[in-house]
Design a protein around this ligand. Structure first.
Ligand code: BDP
Length: 603
């Protein structure tokens, strides 16, 4: 059973969550022969491999670092006799797809590398004994799965990946793995929606699971006082003088669910807040907010895309230091721990599904803005792609719907959007997504330059229009920067003429900048150029009231596929990959600390 419950694993009197992270065993399987050779029972000659982490950057040879194909992980776990009735193994993610075996028996398979896998091992695992857990993973890219890309086979038979996107194809078990024990008829899900009534808040809840047992819920404030109680699987709690979760000023309650008399229990920290779009404005708790922040990646030295609390902590400290209040999980849903931290820090998240590379080009950044038609949605793989896209939207919203930090869903990054095929495709994706979120948060997607006001056929599907624009970098860079600004303004004037009554947010703008380079007068790649480019962009943003946010590309330098446009990765970071500031970090700090939270929000 896959994704029977999306709840994050937690231990209490009724359930267990034991972390299985550590040093696992690992083997490459370039000919995909492991299954037939009995690797599901024992890996022959495995090497050791840390979990969670991407496997790539531990290695010292190309063959291993850039490996594409099947690869296996294995570990053993002891299942205590007295563990709860149902037993699962839960992976935060396995990139990009996996088959899970327990004691040689297949217990789950999952497509998609950025969302959880829940494998029911109740029947396959033996109590009071060691059990073997095996994962057959695969990191190949295709045009029918997300993200999109392809492979090339080299003369020696080795495959290398050719992503249609601009980040390294890091793979492996990149997030934590838990052994989970629950009662047989466990609480499997809950949803909350909020309404403000004067100083009070109404918290509408619904709970799934627990069999026929009675359900009781309560809200406990930060001091440990129970402020509201309810009975039944749906209902409304009234919180008097509610302490709202505010932007960069979070307040969290504990939402506690009990099934039967101590039969099952689940609790999570939640923030009471509303999200709504009103004309050009984004309202949190009915107050306008201007989004200031970053497009990010899960990316760091050695770990690759592996989750680390330490890296996440540093990232939040750096973001807060610059006065940011928001980030986009470009270009895939991040590890759940990022959202937990954002809930605590009062950060806003635009949560993105891994729909990136939907433009047939080995580098979307190179195709973007050329004006060339980059066909994509008229190919035979589209029905399969659409199925996977919808599935991942469902899984993302199911996983993240209760986070106060999540304020919008991004359903794509820079696809082809100018054809009727694209229109049909995205109409289906949006229609599907709109059935899923109990809080009805805004739906959006990030548009590249070819998705121009007179050509894009998809922008009206969005509640908020997100633009990725590089005027002064990919378009009219260096000595032509003056012209870049004119072109930028000309495009914005066209959007303005449309009188669309929605907010616009820049989800990307930026320049590659080497932390080592300084030059007066500025040249492209120098820190001075990055600053100059930013100041010009700010001038444009400030000229249009409907621009309600700016998320610079990127928070930090990050690893990409090799190429002549990339210097050991993408260098558009405001911080280096080691999370030290470039000059631009001070530029943002000055600007964002001086912009009021409700900038351009007055009616
Ligand atoms: C955009 C992409 C992003 C790239 C960025 C860039 O959305 O993934 O990294 O441009 O070129 O095309 O830096």
């Amino acid at each position: 059973m896959v994704n029977a419950s999306t709840l994050y694993p937690r231990s209490n009197a009724a359930r267990r969550a034991d972390i299985l992270d550590g040093l696992w065993r690992f083997a490459f399987d370039p000919k995909s022969e492991g299954e037939a050779a009995g690797w599901t029972k024992a890996l022959p000659a495995p090497i050791s491999m840390p979990v969670p982490a991407s496997f790539s950057d531990f290695f010292t040879t190309h063959k291993e670092r850039d490996y594409v194909g099947d690869f296996w992980y294995e570990t053993d776990f002891f299942l205590p006799e007295n563990y709860p009735e149902k037993v699962f193994v839960r992976f935060g993610s396995v990139t990009h797809r996996a088959v899970i075996y327990c004691n040689g028996v297949e217990v789950a398979r999952h497509e998609g590398g950025f969302l959880p896998i829940l494998a029911d091992v109740t029947a396959a695992a033996r109590r009071g004994q060691e059990n073997r857990l095996t994962v057959r993973a695969n990191n190949e890219l295709s045009e029918s799965t997300l993200p999109c890309g392809t492979q090339k086979v080299l003369a020696d038979g080795r495959k290398i990946s050719k992503p249609y996107f601009d980040f390294y194809n890091y793979s492996g078990i990149q997030r934590s793995v838990f052994l989970v024990g629950t009662p047989a008829e466990a609480i499997t899900d809950y949803s909350l929606t909020y309404e403000l009534e004067g100083a009070d808040a109404l918290v509408h809840y619904s709970v799934e699971g627990g069999g026929e047992r009675s359900i009781r819920v309560s809200l406990v404030d930060a001091e440990g006082c129970t402020v509201a109680r309810g009975e039944g699987r749906t209902g409304t709690l009234r919180v008097e003088n509610a302490h709202l979760w505010q932007v960069r000023n979070a307040y969290l309650y504990r939402f506690v669910i009990e099934a039967g008399e101590g039969y099952d229990r689940y609790e999570e920290k939640v923030g009471i807040r509303t999200v709504r779009i009103d004309g050009h404005r984004i309202l949190i708790n009915e107050k306008p907010v201007y989004l200031k922040g970053y497009g990010k990646h899960e990316d760091s030295d050695i770990l690759g895309r592996g989750f680390s609390w330490a890296v996440a902590k540093r990232d939040f400290e750096c973001m807060k230091w610059t006065g940011a209040n928001c980030f986009r999980t470009s270009h895939y849903p991040y590890a759940e721990e990022w959202y937990q931290m954002a809930d605590e820090e009062g950060f806003l998240i635009i949560d993105e599904v891994p729909a990136v590379g939907m433009m047939r080009s080995t580098h979307n950044f190179a195709a973007a803005g050329t004006g060339q038609y980059t066909y994509f949605f008229e190919t035979p793989t589209v029905p399969e792609l659409l199925k996977n896209h919808k599935q991942q939207v469902s899984e993302m919203i199911a996983r993240d719907k209760n986070h106060a930090s999540v304020i919008a869903w991004s359903l794509f990054n820079e696809p082809e959007t100018t054809s009727e095929y694209a229109r049909n495709y995205f109409s289906e994706v949006f229609a599907h997504a709109r059935t899923l979120d109990p809080q009805n948060r805004p739906m959006t997607g990030a548009f590249e330059k070819n998705s121009a006001p007179d050509k894009c056929r998809c922008y009206d599907l969005c509640d908020m229009i997100c633009l990725n624009r590089y005027y002064g970098w990919y378009i009219s860079g260096g000595p032509e920067i003056e012209e870049a600004e004119e072109k930028f303004r000309a495009e914005m004037d066209k959007w303005a003429e449309k009188k669309l009554n929605v907010p616009f947010v820049f989800t990307e703008f930026g320049t590659d900048t080497l932390a080592s380079e300084h030059k007066l007068p500025s040249v492209m790649w120098s820190q001075e150029y990055q600053d100059e480019y930013l100041e010009r962009n700010f001038g444009v943003f400030d000229s249009y009231d409907f621009v309600q946010g700016e998320l610079v590309w990127n928070f930090a330098d990050f690893q990409t596929t090799e190429g002549i446009m990339r210097v050991n990765g993408n260098k558009k970071g405001v911080f280096t990959r080691q999370r030290q500031p470039k000059d631009a970090a001070f530029v943002f700090k000055r600007r964002w600390e001086s912009l009021p939270e409700d900038y351009k929000g007055q009616e």
